[in-house]
Every structure is written in C-alpha cells, then in structure tokens.
Design a protein around this ligand. Structure first.
Ligand code: AMP
Ligand code: MN
Ligand code: MN
Ligand code: MN
Length: 282
C-alpha cells in the first residue's frame, strides 16, 4: 500500500486546449521533468489535447491517464467533476462536452458587456487574444487580460474583485447536470472525481447532498490532495472520503508556471487511510 501512496501521481492539470498556458506536449514533458510518475491531462470540457499528450507521455516514458474536467451546475453553484481513464473517442462523452461548451462564447460576450458597464471596455477582444481555443473561452482568459491591462496585480486578485458572484463581470451560467457528467464519464469507461471540494461555498447540508447524489449517480472519488487545499481541508475531505466510501485523488490543478498554486507533482501525499484512485491505473 505504501508504494501506491508514494507514487508521484498528479491527476489534474490544464493545457492551452482549455485555460492552461503550456501546449499539451510541453506540459507533459514538464510533468516528467518534475518527477511525476503518473499524469493526467484534464482540460475543461475538452478532449482535444489528449492524443498529443498520450504520445508525448509515451516518449517521456511517463505513465498517462486520459482525463477531462467537466463544468457542472449543482445547487446554483459551479462544481467541477474530473473524469479519469476516459476513452477520448467516446461519442457519448464527446457529445455531452460539445453541449457544455456551446454557451461559452455567449457568456463571454455577456461578461464583456458587464465589464463595460463598470468602465472596462474591450474585454471580449482582450480575453480572446489569450484563448488558443475560442470554444473554451473562460474566466481565466478574462483574468489574464485584466492583469495585463493593469486592473489587477495577478489572477488571484481578479477572482477576488471581478468575475465572481456579486462582483463586476460575473455572469451566471448553467453547465451540465451532475448526474449527466458522471454518466458520460462512466459510459466512456472512466471514473468520476469531485474536484477541489474546498473551493465550493455550500452549506453542510448542500455539501452532504452533493456527495450523496454523486455516489448515487455512480461517482467514484474525491480530490483530497489539491493545491487549493489547506492542511485542515486535506483532513476534512479525507474524512468525507471515508464517510462516503469514496476513493481519493491528488492533483496540482496546474495552469501556468507563474500563476499556479503548485508546481506539477508537488502536492501533498494522501493519508494512509484512503484508497488512491490511481490503484486503477497502475
Ligand atoms: P470558467 O470555466 O470560465 O468559469 O473558469 C473557471 C476557471 O477560472 C477555473 O478553472 C480556474 O482556472 C479559474 N478560477 C476560478 N476561480 C478561481 C480562483 N479563485 N482563483 C484562481 N483561479 C480561479
Ligand atoms: Mn481552469
Ligand atoms: Mn476546477
Ligand atoms: Mn482544474
């Protein structure tokens, strides 16, 4: 068991196919250089980087798990569900993700209008210039533009002052249903993982309902070790994993060398009491 826990698994990261800044092959090589032994690319709502990443991982001699991070709306909040070990060719998953992506450009236009209303003009063109994949225009691209134009010091500051509920530039959006996201992942042969649970602002009751409904829908695991979590949160979600009999995952949620909380492969070890979800991939 110790060997499994000690494996340097990083099962959550982004490339330029969504809102990361490194091309899939560059990201994969960086992961290998940083000592990652089992790596998953999990772009938001997109599978487009997986083929290249699979080849790059094979070349680097690093084990690779095809992944995705699906945007879900649950109890009026956005929840992210990571799919691991999915078949990138699955039609059910591909069609589901195409649906999830379809509203992004419209939302981006509304976000730009909301920013213009507080005197920040040109945000749509600005954000698009940062998006490699126009179908995946995201708040991160707006955030980078807001930093580049001097409205904020860094991306973290943006998510305190703009683009979040109650702040300028925020536009409510309806993503996939929890049960649909889990079912697409399972149909594609993968396992579903609740991403960065510490980031959500649910009441105890809502959080309990999320975990139960996730289990009920066929969900498998929860991220316990992620760069977003404090040591206390690692303990809290380890407890959740045990109570709900969920396996545990670990991921850096890496987006960019300068922006991200953690470097690839530099996330804390999982507590011994948990079953690492990667027992399935080694
Ligand atoms: P979207 O899918 O367009 O709503 O954008 C969500 C992305 O914004 C996330 O995947 C993160 O990359 C980024 N993000 C959201 N909240 C924060 C935050 N508090 N700090 C840094 N990045 C954030
Ligand atoms: Mn992101
Ligand atoms: Mn996420
Ligand atoms: Mn992520």
């Amino acid at each position: 068991m110790a060997v499994l826990h000690d494996l340097n698994a990083d099962l959550h990261a982004h490339s330029t196919v969504s809102d990361g800044t490194l091309e899939p092959a560059v990201l994969v090589r960086r992961a290998a250089d940083k000592g990652v032994e089992l790596f998953a690319l999990t772009d938001h709502d997109e599978l487009g980087g997986l083929e290249t990443a699979i080849d790059a991982a094979a070349q680097a001699g690093m084990r690779f798990v095809p992944g995705v991070e699906i945007s879900v709306t649950y109890a009026e909040q956005t929840v992210h569900i990571v799919g691991l070990g999915i078949d990138p060719k699955s039609d059910v998953l591909r069609d589901g993700l195409a649906d999830v992506r379809s509203g992004r450009l419209r939302r981006a236009k509304e976000m730009a209008a909301a920013l213009a209303a507080v005197g920040i003009a040109g945000a749509l063109e600005g954000a698009l210039a940062y998006a490699d994949n126009i179908n995946l225009i995201s708040r991160t691209h707006f955030a980078r533009w807001l930093v580049a134009t001097g409205h904020c010091e860094d991306v973290r500051e943006v998510f305190g002052k703009y683009l979040v509920a109650g702040k300028p530039g925020y536009v409510a959006h309806r993503w996939a249903r929890l049960s649909d996201a889990v079912s697409w992942i399972n149909t594609a042969g993968g396992v579903a993982v609740i991403a960065h649970p510490g980031r959500y602002r649910f009441s105890e009751t809502e959080a309990w309902a999320l975990y139960s409904e996730f289990k009920e829908a066929g969900g498998t695991a929860i991220e316990v070790a992620t760069s977003n979590h404090t040591a206390d949160q690692v303990k809290r979600y380890a407890k959740v994993a045990r109570e709900f009999e969920l396996e545990a995952s670990r991921g850096s949620d890496f987006h960019d060398p300068a922006e991200s909380h953690a470097e690839l492969g530099r996330v804390c070890r999982l507590p011994d009491s948990l079953l690492p979800v990667w027992h399935r991939f080694v």
